[in-house]
Design a binder for this molecule. Sequence first.
Ligand SMILES: [Zn+2]
Ligand SMILES: [Zn+2]
Length: 766
Amino acid sequence: MEEASSSDAPAADPFFCVGEKFSSFCDLEKKIKNFEGVHLVQLTRRDSRTLEAAAKRVPNRVIGAHAELKYYEVQYCCHFGGHVYKKNGSGNRIHQSTVKQGCQAGLKAVLSKDKKYLEVTHFSNEHNHIVSKAVYDHLPRQRRLATEESNKVKSLLHVQANKKLIQQHIAKTTGKVVTLKDLSNVRAQMEIKSGDHNELEILVKELSEIEGATVKLFHDEKSELSGIFFQDNVMKCAFKGYPEVLMVDATYKLNKFRMPLYVLLVIDGNGLSEIVAIFLTTLETEDAITKMVCSFKTYNSSWINTRVVMSDKDFVERTVFQREFPSSSLIICLFHTLRTFRREVTCEKLNLRSGERDHALELIEKLVYAKSEEEYDQNHELLIDCGLRNVIDYYNANWHPIREQWVECFKGSNLTLGETTNNRLESINAKIKSVCTRYATLPTFFRHFFALLSCLRNERNHITVMDLVKRKIVCESSPVKQYAEFVTPYAFRYIQQQSSTEYGPDEFFVETEDSSLFSFMSSEGRLLLSARHCCCKFWSSMNLPCRHILSLRKKLGLPLFSEEIVAERWKRSYLQHVYDVKSTEAESENSLQIVAIATETVARTLSQHEKYRKALTVSQKLASLASEVGMSEFSERLKVMMDLEEAWLQGKKPEIIFSHTTIESEDSPDVCSTEVVVPSCGPSVQEDSHQPLEHNEPVLHSTENIKLPPILKKRGRPKGHEKTVIGLPSKRLKRKTGGVSPLPFLKKHPVEREKIILSWLVEAEM
Ligand SMILES: [Zn+2]
Ligand SMILES: [Zn+2]
């Protein structure tokens, strides 16, 4: 029919009238689609009967009909059609809504009598609701993305693009309205598909594909995963090449098990940071960290060459490194030192007035930056003279005994490579945090981490390669220009600085008769030096020619350039060597070691000192916990502690019994941990704390039996999350404790779901 064919023309207003005929179902669909777009109505097919279905019931009326017609009877209804939903429930679900509101608009077409057409028998475009472009665009069918579009969105989400910007992008390119929730759903779908169900299996499989990787899985006596140690070939080579300074720090909240990530970092010959090992551990106990550090030592024999370990003022971590790296000195990051003082020397904690606090901090700051031992002693006396008893006690107990680890002048005498802070590590941590999403699954975390790692290595490669092939342009008159060819650009910058400084010593005093040893006066006091060695801070921290040596060599008529006064690590040739080894060995070697080791379960006898230290950490925690709460609760907590002290003094054995409410609170694990101290028996005779740990470890070679640790809940709003802003108990919490809300069917455990379905079919015997 002409009418039917003319409907294909796009210019005509696509409107239907009763009696209109279509020679194929396709034509009808096409026109409906056109109609929908123009009139902003969404029609849904409903109550239809195909030709095959009709052939069974009314064969005579269908015989001879063309297959292209497809339907004997087809009906389209407005999206808002259908019966209004009548609610029968108890009224608890208050957020339900429906689009069905009985809109009568729609279209019906049946097979015509001559069996050649689909004929429109009913049509209405009268709606009982708003018809607008906005409504039309926001309906699910219009929001749905085509396969190609959705693939693009998936790839964008995969690289963690911002959802708001993706939304904008879709709106611009396709004109579709997509909500943020839609995008979240796409991501959730991706995560289900990627199948992180058996995390550990996937993790092990993925890690095993990395060349030359060393993976060590640790589990505890309940065969729960307690730690992962990871190192690949590039990391091993980097540490082998540059083991002098090791930086250690932990980052938190990077996976859903809340296992802190420890990153070990070194500085290469060109002054670039290089990650040399990482480990995750559930427990931050001395034992757990010792295991990790021991693993590190096992796989990296050059740990013996480590001169300096830099960390923040974390008690456990420092104890372990001090014990495990006996030949290296431990240094506390300057930034963390200052921050700890700011946090600890406060009016509340040390009972000071604000003026006194500022005065104390001023004195302490001078101590931190003391340039020489004399200066330190002077300032220490000043601090003692200030008469602030609490500050002095705190300082003398915690800081004075370990002054070698944090005072500038003592730190400077170590080979620190000019580093005073852990800022390199902080910067790496910030980068890790920017790539790794919070509370990720373990495989996701490692995937993201490796992505970052290859990015960092890429950057490092670029800089190193460019620095190695390029030639530094040095002023011809520069006295140290020969070094430019010999050392890395990073080291050369330091030498240049030293040579150009005007403050070289004016005169040298001969110390020995053969004129090999000299001395000079500096701000650090009277220092000794020879043509190859100097006692100044720069020389000892960098092992590069300092201004004193350069000045002396000039005076003695020796050439300023000498290979002997440059440490091996700064040489270009060495950098190239380490760099070559890194890039070739990574390809050749392909070994994987997965060792599952149970953490020590036998409680060994602690020495009195160790017990004291252990008890101290707990009691410090107790003190800070007690001080965090309001005054009334504080008095209660203080009383508990005083009761305990009283009981112990009298030799009683008190037991802590928790009332119902405290068990549910988050603090209970901490409180329970005090019991570690309670059952310790009298001072032990033998001190076997240094026994090697490797021997008594049962070694397993499969990961099958290892369980994952429990997922820890996100802890937002640490303070007062149980209260509303004004301070009244929050309603949500009330409801939670009042009645147990039913879990939606879909969120139930699969086994439970199966049981429910089974119970519909069989008697409830199980
Ligand atoms: Zn309608
Ligand atoms: Zn010097």
